[in-house]
Write a protein that binds this ligand. Sequence first.
Ligand code: PBE
Length: 306
Amino acid sequence: MSKFKKFGMTAGISLTLLLAACGGSGETSTDNGQASGTDNLGESLDYTITGIEPGAGISGQARKTLEEYENLEGWQVLESSTAGMLGALDAAIKNEEPIIVLGWTPHWMFSAYDLKFIEDPKGTFGGAEDIQTIARIGLEEDLPEAYTILDLFHWEPADMEAVMYEAEDKGTPIEDAAKNWVDQNTDKVNEWTDDVEKVNGEKIELVTTQWDSELASVYVMEEVLTQHGFEVTITPVDPAVVFQAIATGEADASLAPWLPSTHGAFFEEYKEDIVDLGPNLTGTQNGFTVPSYMDIDSIEDLPAKE
Ligand code: PBE
């Protein structure tokens, strides 16, 4: 945690220096007749989007965005970590400085800060998506009880957010927040488990990505399956490895894929060797995200680099 804070501070300081450095030149170097407001925005951001881990699906979408929008030629995505990006966002907001991050929902960032997605007229971030459950071929025969529960598992963005917000607000470990959610939502849980017989210590391995949204769902599933008599192992990996592990049968199931766009390339690669159990949540979104005080509404309006 202290490491993340440090990163955020460093990012804040360098951005401040950058703004100071740009102060003079930004005023004098505009000879192309464009509105100086947006020119300054590009310069003050150093034509940089603050991103997350390079292996994230949203990072691939961001690279595609830079390719497809002509005005973004010369812009770059700074790939780092989710914690680093959130630290930079926090520092920028404290100083009311401009910043563009790779944001997504469900995530607590939208409740912690006043943020907006900027429009994506070319749709490179895929619009509204689902989170889907996938299983290895043969799981239905080998562990029919788990397969049925996984297949029936479906919840709302508000449910997932309840787990994430408790973890973020109160500092509850997300695993415990997930257990609390299961305790408080027996009606919903019963819909997934009611007609399924309990088992006696059968082993099941779930793979997940490490973002809070997917930790929330996988820990809820861990609790539900454990209460049903399973011995659950959870392995956190990169998105590409989620699909690979299910396709090769090294892992049994995952609740982590964002489809059809975010992880679409991985899904295409492995879909013949994966069983698709459909959405477990509907209504996610990814995109360039800015604090609401910023005067920019569309990716198309970002100024081209000179
Ligand atoms: N995310 C959150 C992930 C999936 C969940 C949008 C950062 C990704 O881009 O792979």
